[in-house]
Design a protein around this ligand. Structure first.
Ligand code: GRF
Length: 207
């Protein structure tokens, strides 16, 4: 499975994927490239350290969003991905790309969707909202990407406990370590094994 990972930040989810592929816990998968909209993203350093081609392309480099969308999709196509993984990618995916790669784009979101998701819920904001609401469990979701924000078919979810006195940073770290970094590689492995089916907007994992 040829996988392209789209990133904007630190790349700890990318790292989890790299480690899972290297250790063999995710089989017949190749990380073909990393694309970031942020030239300072440490995720690009992680790609370089692991011999994975890294590309930086940002809407800021183009006069219009349409021009970016065309060039961005071109850059993705050039890597001929079987699967595109959004790992903390903060740029809206062009509609043409959603269409072209229907059910071949997945995203990791740091909450148990449909809680705390949708526009505006990214990074620490998700955990701030969870603590404000006083939820007793938090967690992460891997889902297919469709035209909406965090609205596509859910592939895997994993819950973590919320501990009294948690700060958003502490909760974020627990969600990343105990949930995100586990279910993202797991989801890629299931897709690489051809075990993930989408029917009527819901995901079925074949044995
Ligand atoms: C994580 O919080 C993840 O849940 C969200 O964006 C952040 C990405 O972090 N999708 P990293 O770049 O993978 O470290």
């Amino acid at each position: 499975l040829n996988v392209v990972v789209l990133v904007s930040g630190g790349g700890t989810n990318l790292q989890a994927l790299i480690d899972a592929v290297d250790s063999g816990s995710v089989a017949n998968t190749k990380l073909a490239g990393v694309i970031s909209n942020n030239r300072n993203a440490y995720a690009l350093q992680r790609a370089a350290d692991n011999g994975i081609p890294g590309i930086c392309i940002s809407p800021k480099d183009f006069a219009t969003r349409d021009e970016f969308n065309v060039k961005f999709l071109d850059a993705v196509d050039t890597l001929s991905p079987d699967l595109i993984v959004l790992a903390g990618f903060l740029v809206v995916i062009p509609p043409a790309m959603i269409e072209k790669y229907r059910n071949r784009i997945i995203n990791i979101h740091p909450s148990l969707i449909p809680s705390f998701c949708g526009t505006g819920y990214y990074g620490l904001k998700v955990h701030e909202a969870a603590l404000k609401r006083g939820v007793k469990v938090a967690g992460a979701t891997v889902h297919f990407v469709d035209e909406g924000t965090d609205t596509g078919p859910i592939i895997l979810q994993k819950a973590v406990e919320v501990v009294q006195g948690d700060t958003p940073e502490v909760l974020q770290r627990r969600v990343m370590e105990q949930a995100e970094w586990k279910i993202l590689p797991q989801a890629v492995g299931l897709i690489a094994a051809g075990r993930v089916e989408v029917e009527d907007g819901r995901v079925f994992i074949r044995e």
